[in-house]
Ligand binder design. Sequence first.
Ligand code: NAI
Ligand code: MG
Length: 498
Amino acid sequence: MAVTQAIPITRHPFANGSYKQMLIDGKWVDAASGKRFETRNPATGELLATVAEGDKEDIDRAVAAARRAFEGPWSKVKPFERQNLLLKLADLVEKNFDELSQLDTLDMGAPVSRTRAYHLRAVGMLRYYAGQTTAIHGETIENSLPGEIFSYTLKEPVGVVGAIIPWNGPLTATIWKIGPAIATGCTVVLKPAEEAPLTSLRIAELAMEAGVPAGVINVVPGYGETAGAALSSHHDVDKVAFTGSHVTGQAIIRASAGNLKRVSLELGGKSPDIVFADADLDAAVPGAAMAVFANSGQICSAGTRLFVEQSIYDEFVGRVAEFGRKLQVGNGLDPNTQIGPLVSEQQLERVTGYLDIGQKEGAKALAGGGRVTEGALAKGFFVQPTVFANVQDNMRIAQEEIFGPVISAIAFKDMDELIKRANATTFGLGSGLWTRDVSKAHKVAKSLRAGSVWVNCYQAMDPAVPFGGYKMSGYGRESGKQHVEEYLNVKAVWIKTG
Ligand code: NAI
Ligand code: MG
């Protein structure tokens, strides 16, 4: 493993140590309680900002503002105007893209080499939603009732949306929640993750600059157990759009029961990535490695269960380990960094805990296996890219979401048995396979119980292509036409003309 030195942080215009308020009804305000919390750089421990800490009272204020906006002039805003707002916001995000991607890097650690690559997922996504805005329409439907009675459908915004997002990609997560809301005419109260609230606040500033009316987008930073719980149980919220852990997803479903609000969940995974002996191994080695190591493994669809055909297992897993050892680990602001820190001390403890569990279960760490303790990086939450060999299906490191740079490499022989084993997980978000055999690719792609299957690639994503889970990875889709539908109600209208 190569280690870069932490570079001095030139003061970021937003993460400059100052105090940030929350956005309610178009105004920047303090928490009603006056409370604040700190957000720090996980690479260095440096204080980036103090942030207004919202709780139930602030959520109540924000939901009331979102309701007023939804029932007020926003409901009269025509699709073309909402489209223009999204295009303006896209332009502003594009203009400030370096600043925003650095803000993600500072607040949660992902290297700029990665956050800069999010252009399509951020700016492109806003432009895609802009296109969707004028494509929303109901249908006229022939019915079979006697007499003359005409039927058609209207697509209407679902109403006030509570959006709760995690810290592993704040820029895209924020855009993926507010974009479809503006496209459909909903209003939003967004609660960013306590670990990384800054990018959402900066995007909210840009949304105001773009001319999004007061109350349409509200951002209330705060903790999950207080602000998040208040939002998901709120009786005047019509839908919760959540991204995060399955445990919190379950809490959100329970909290939603009071008013039976609509829920969409984009949760975690333990995704299989399958390498057949006939694959192009020169492509599969970096592909399978980065399917896990990207973002230090803090990606919901990471291909963490690496199934490798027995005949190439030793060679292939050895090559992946060698690839992992060569990755440049360091401060994400360094353009050469490939692997940044984990987001927090809590995640560091969780991931190193799994490294111990893996060793105790009898897996063998061919690369990594511990925290980075050298030089300046000792101050941050860095974990070595780790490859565990000799992993068995029933080990905890093969079953539980680790959310760190940890590959569990498992051998397989028989194809039918492989499919059963690959599907033997409670999750179903991503999956991958590497082969030169087209029929095998189709057969396996059809057999995997997961929302995405990547063949000879991993983690490909596009605004127009739906993304989401099977099983305990959640329900609902983000990106694609389906995403906008999640924010719409269908109304049937009957008119007797006879
Ligand atoms: P989390 O699911 O607890 O947090 C995600 C968001 O939910 C945050 O905004 C948080 O404040 C909020 N939240 C927490 N408890 C809540 C509650 N009771 N009601 C409403 N909102 C609540 O995830 P956390 O604690 O950050 O990470 C723990 C583990 O979860 C990770 O190690 C990873 O395995 C998994 N995770 C998965 C993600 C994914 O994209 N699939 C993203 C983040 C975490
Ligand atoms: Mg949590």
